[in-house]
Design a protein. Structure first.
Length: 195
C-alpha cells in the first residue's frame, strides 16, 4: 500500500500560535504512520517552511510543494491544525480549493461565516434552528455606551473578540464597572468585540 503524503499545517498569524503548535505535535504523534508520510509545515506571515534535520525547506506557494534534497514533494492531503487565522477563517481553505488539494476542516464558506461570531449569530437568529442570546458588537473607535449594552445583554455577560477562538480575550463581566476593561481587552486582539 502506498502511503499518502500529508502536510500537517500549523502556526498561523494569531495569538493562538502556541495552541496550534501543541495541536500539531499531538496530531503528529497519533497519526497512523503506516498510512501517511507526515510533513509538518509551519505557516506564518513571514514564511511557510518545513524543517528537516534542522534545515528549513520553504514551501512553493504556487503549488504548495517543497523540494527536499532535489526531490519535489507534493501533498495528497492537508491536515489544518491552525487555530485562528488563516486556518479557521477560510483563507487556507480557499487556497487549497484553488489548488484542488483536499484538506481536513470545513470548507471556505462555512469557515468564513463561523469565524465571524456576530455574523454567525445574526444568521442563526434569523432562523428557527436555535435560540441565541442578545448581543452587541463594538468596533474599535466606536463610542461605547455601557448602559445601552447592559440593557441589551444584561449581566452577567461575556465579552470576546468577534473573530478568534480558544479563550483568548474572553472576560465574564458580572459588574457594570468591569465592562469597559473587558471590551478594551477583546479589542487588543481583534477589530471588534462581541458582547
Amino acid at each position: 500500500m502506498t502511503k499518502l503524503r500529508l502536510a500537517l499545517v500549523t502556526g498561523g498569524d494569531s495569538g493562538e500560535i502556541s495552541i496550534s503548535l501543541k495541536s500539531a505535535k499531538i496530531i503528529e504523534q497519533h497519526i497512523d504512520k503506516e498510512k501517511y508520510d507526515v510533513y509538518v509545515i509551519n505557516i506564518s506571515k513571514k514564511q511557510w517552511v518545513y524543517m528537516h534535520n534542522g534545515k528549513p525547506y520553504h514551501v512553493d506557494k504556487n503549488d504548495f510543494s517543497i523540494t527536499v534534497d532535489r526531490t519535489k514533494i507534493s501533498f495528497d492531503v492537508v491536515f489544518i491544525a491552525i487555530h485562528g487565522t488563516p486556518g479557521e477563517n477560510g483563507k487556507l481553505q480557499g487556497y487549497f480549493d484553488l489548488l484542488t488539494i483536499p484538506y481536513t476542516s470545513s470548507d471556505l464558506l462555512s469557515s468564513a461565516i463561523t469565524f465571524n461570531k456576530f455574523y454567525s449569530r445574526q444568521l442563526l437568529q434569523n432562523s428557527s434552528y436555535c435560540a441565541v442570546a442578545n448581543a452587541v458588537l463594538v468596533r474599535k473607535n466606536d463610542t461605547v455606551n455601557i448602559q445601552n449594552i447592559i440593557e441589551t445583554t444584561g449581566l452577567p455577560c461575556f465579552v470576546k473578540p468577534n473573530e478568534g477562538g480558544s479563550s483568548l480575550g474572553i472576560t465574564k463581566v458580572v459588574e457594570e464597572k468591569q465592562l469597559r476593561f473587558a471590551i478594551e481587552k477583546a479589542l487588543e486582539i481583534d477589530e471588534a468585540a462581541l458582547i
